[in-house]
Design a protein around this ligand. Structure first.
Ligand code: MN
Ligand code: MN
Ligand code: MN
Length: 277
């Protein structure tokens, strides 16, 4: 069983359209894929249709950016989301407003320093999806201000660089409660990257259902460590590549080894509407 429970499409900062992510997964022999765009469910309808056609299972998902402060980047994956849920969409809309405000601040600061880009160009690249630093970076590449997206992050946009601005603060426990209320399964994304172990007990009290132990940026040892932490709280274990496009081979689709038990356990936690559908 090959599965990848963490992927992005052009509905957020991935480079492939939702149907292309699914087709790419099918070509790579993946049987279960979750599309987990940042703060957006826009890609799910297209991905579900493509998955049906390709004969693979699509888990409708989302990845919420809910850092409690500017130093910590808590990301909560929501699995089996219902894109028609109004509470979920209201929450996502607020998070996307914060993304737009942040991208606008970064563009204004870049312009003030002589880098001639506009927020309209950035939003056009984001194609009405959830805008992020990757879109600002790609605009800088298109305008010839830098050679690559990596250079844009390293020089300008990464945390600690001159044009970095944090996203507005959000409450991760509220996001977990919202997902539970909307019938989804909330999972803490890439805990090694987020360094938020101290928040885990409060998130569990709020209804956290799992921890993403296996991830392209976690070592196998770190994966096993978070697998044990998840088990100690009685939580599910998940894993995925955090695929953003084939141009990043270190996080290619299906590149992360995920234990066999993960899918049956996650499926057992799925709402009835998913198992029947
Ligand atoms: Mn991303
Ligand atoms: Mn993330
Ligand atoms: Mn991600």
């Amino acid at each position: 069983m090959r599965l990848d429970l963490h992927t992005h499409s052009s509905a957020s900062d991935g480079t492939l359209a939702p149907r292309e992510v699914v087709a790419y997964a099918a070509r790579r022999g993946i049987e279960v894929i979750a599309l987990t765009d940042h703060d957006s469910t826009e890609g799910l309808a297209e991905a579900s249709e493509a998955a049906r056609a390709a004969g693979i299972t699509l888990v409708p998902g989302v990845e919420l950016s809910v850092g409690p402060d500017e130093n910590r980047d808590v990301h909560i994956l929501g699995y089996f989301v219902d894109a028609a849920d109004e509470t979920l969409q209201a929450h996502l809309s607020l998070l996307r407003d914060g993304r737009l405000a942040r991208a606008t601040r970064m563009v204004e600061a870049l312009r003030a320093s002589g880098y001639d880009i506009t927020i309209d160009e950035v939003l056009e690249l984001a194609d009405l999806g959830a805008v992020g630093r990757a879109h600002v970076a790609r605009t800088l590449v298109n305008r010839g201000h830098v050679e690559s997206v990596d250079e844009a992050f390293d020089r300008f946009l990464a945390r600690g660089r001159p044009f970095y601005h944090p996203k507005p603060a959000a409450d991760p426990a509220s996001a977990v409660r919202m997902l539970v209320g909307a019938g989804a399964v909330p999972v803490l994304a890439h805990p090694v990257l987020s360094r938020v172990d101290d928040l885990i007990p409060a998130l569990v009290r709020a209804g956290l259902a799992g921890i993403e132990a296996f991830h392209a940026d976690h070592s196998p040892e770190e994966g096993r460590r978070y697998e044990a932490i998840a088990r100690s709280f009685g939580l599910l274990v998940t894993g995925g590549s955090d695929f953003h496009g084939p141009e990043t081979p270190s996080a290619d689709l299906g590149s992360v080894a995920v234990p066999e038990y993960v899918w049956p356990e996650l499926l057992a936690a799925a709402p009835a509407r998913f198992r029947q559908g």
